[in-house]
Design a protein around this ligand. Structure first.
Ligand SMILES: Nc1ncnc2c1ncn2[C@@H]1O[C@H](COP(=O)(O)OP(=O)(O)OP(=O)(O)O)[C@@H](O)[C@H]1O
Ligand SMILES: [Mg+2]
Length: 256
């Protein structure tokens, strides 16, 4: 049996932010439909990896490669990456004053639909599906008519990231601490949505510090990032070990 070629393949990625080299050498594969959990101490470079994959201009790739669906991801600009089916949620979702949430998400969705060869959704059809998705995520309808994230609470911002995920249905979603700041119902909504999209073929890289969420997601692999390098890879036992002993002890054990 041949193994399917990875949807995302990252090799020896080295990334500088400002004056600082943050990622030293990161290599990872994500197969189509797989779920990979990325753990790591604060400041180890998890968000840097996500934002670099998204094409954020502040994250400069010094060397290395990244292929997404057989294309050279690093040669694509941010909107081309999104159109190709990559979704990266923000750890701290920013406000976009003056831009209505429903218009923002519909524009993004229609760009992705165009790339898939699908007809654009008009405002009426979009609103029907957006309302349904928002309801499932516990977001009041009124959030759709407000400027993106402006005045949203911490948990509402995270739910709004999930709303985009639910509507865009990407090929690969990188979720950066999507559970942080969410109440118990929000965390349940994360698990439900991830399971639902996974069943339809979406692959995930999930960054989280919380074992309970990680266990609920039934990951295919767990990676530990340490000072800009993948220091360990394993399964749920790696996440359980980190939860038991902490990152400092995990790093000492590998060195020993
Ligand atoms: N503009 C910058 N200039 C200098 N250092 C930066 C800059 N941006 C980020 N860094 C540093 O890069 C390192 C990695 O940050 P990153 O946000 O990727 O960590 P993280 O693993 O996501 O941590 P957390 O668990 O706290 O979210 C941190 O030490 C951070 O201070
Ligand atoms: Mg982070």
């Amino acid at each position: 049996m041949t193994t399917p070629s990875p949807l995302l393949q990252v090799r020896d990625l080295r990334v500088d932010v400002g004056e600082r080299n943050v990622l030293k050498s990161v290599s990872l594969d994500v197969a189509p439909g797989a779920l990979v959990v990325l753990m790591g101490a604060n400041g180890s470079g998890k968000s840097t990896l996500g934002l670099t994959l998204a094409g954020h201009p502040n994250y400069r790739v010094a060397s290395g490669q990244a292929q997404f669906g057989g294309q050279d991801l690093l040669a694509m600009n941010a909107h081309e990456r999104a159109r190709a089916g990559l979704f990266v949620s923000f750890q701290a979702p920013p406000d976009i004053p003056g831009v209505k949430n429903n218009l923002f998400i519909r524009s993004a969705l229609n760009a992705v639909r165009e790339a898939r060869g699908q007809e654009p959704l008009d405002a009426f059809d979009f609103l029907a599906s957006a309302r349904e998705a928002a309801q499932q995520l516990g977001l009041p309808d009124a959030m759709l008519g407000r400027p993106v994230n402006e005045g949203f609470s911490g948990g509402e911002r995270k739910r709004n990231e999930l709303l985009q995920l639910a509507l865009l249905r990407p090929r690969l979603a990188v979720l950066d601490e999507i559970d942080s700041g969410m109440d118990v119902d929000g965390v349940r909504a994360v698990v439900r949505l991830v399971q639902n999209l996974r069943a339809q073929g979406t692959a995930f890289v999930v960054v989280s510090h919380y074992l309970q969420l990680i266990e609920s997601l039934d990951p295919d692999a767990v990676l530990r990032l340490d000072q800009g390098c993948i220091a360990e890879s394993g399964d749920l036992e790696l996440a359980r070990g980190i939860a038991r002993t902490g990152f400092a002890r995990a790093a000492e054990a590998v060195e020993a």
